[in-house]
Design a protein around this ligand. Structure first.
Ligand code: 1GP
Length: 252
């Protein structure tokens, strides 16, 4: 089965997933090795690879390192067409639908289209929505876009609806890496009710309570970066939250 089929099957069953965001600027091979050891104990469903501003050049060696040691799928989460890497399993082909910068709605995609076509990467067309979470994030600065207002769930819902109508197959609500606080449960719920496609939620999820709140509000996949970088043991705690959610689901 394709990555997408697996994801939408999980969505239909109400099963939740955990994705760990690896920022090549913040991770070396030793750190990566430690993380992989943790994933042998605590289950992780996806690795996302990328960052809003990548200044180092070792993304490729990091992907190679993971692919030679782990079966967890690696999905590119690129902020720019330069960050394509055909060693990964798939790519979140992001259309930044919360913004109005044509370069991130279609421009970068035109540049990468022939490379993607020639690759074996599974393409996951993703409606990417940045949400204002208190301070300007690298993502909104670098993309030169205004994020969705934090307290306007209906704008997020209509944006997601339009994205789904345009054919996007995943939605990603992102407060931005290191957000002061995560996307609100009210906004997650509104988007969840507006579309059928799987919903990823990330940015500022740094406690088990916040993870639980995002899942309960309707996130299918929670994405965690910073907090696992800071405290790798958080991986075990948050993995348990996802696991408990899925176990309770099985029991009912
Ligand atoms: C950012 O959603 C991701 O794009 C993860 O954010 O680093 O704050 O967990 P954090």
């Amino acid at each position: 089965t394709s990555l997408y089929e697996a994801l939408s099957k999980r969505r239909t069953r109400g099963q939740k997933s955990l994705a760990v965001l690896l920022d090549p600027d913040h991770l070396d091979e030793a750190g990566c090795q430690r993380l992989l050891e943790l994933t042998e104990i605590h289950s992780v469903d996806y690795f996302l690879m990328g960052g809003s501003l990548v200044t180092s050049s070792h993304q490729a060696s990091l992907i190679r390192f993971i692919k030679s040691r782990s079966a967890i799928p690696v999905l590119l989460f690129p902020s720019h067409s330069l960050h394509l890497d055909t060693q990964a399993d798939g790519i979140l082909l992001l259309s930044l639908i919360s913004g109005r910068n044509p370069d991130f709605l279609i421009g970068q995609h035109v540049i990468t289209a022939p490379l993607l076509r020639a690759s074996n990467l599974e393409i996951l067309p993703t409606g990417y929505m940045l949400v204002d979470t208190g301070r300007q994030t690298t993502a909104s600065y670098m993309s030169n876009t205004t994020p969705l207002p934090y307290d306007k769930p209906s704008i997020a819902a209509c944006t997601a609806m339009a994205g789904e109508q345009l054919g996007l197959r995943l939605m990603y609500l992102d407060g931005g890496s290191g957000a002061m606080y995560p996307v609100s449960p009210a906004m997650i719920r509104a988007v969840r009710q507006a579309v059928e496609v799987p919903l990823l939620v990330g940015g500022g999820i740094n406690t088990t309570e916040k993870a639980q709140a995002a899942l309960a509000a309707g996130a299918d996949v929670i994405v965690i970066g910073n907090q696992i970088e800071k405290a790798p043991e958080f991986l075990g705690e948050v993995s348990k939250v996802v696991h408990t959610f899925n176990t309770v689901l099985k029991a009912v």
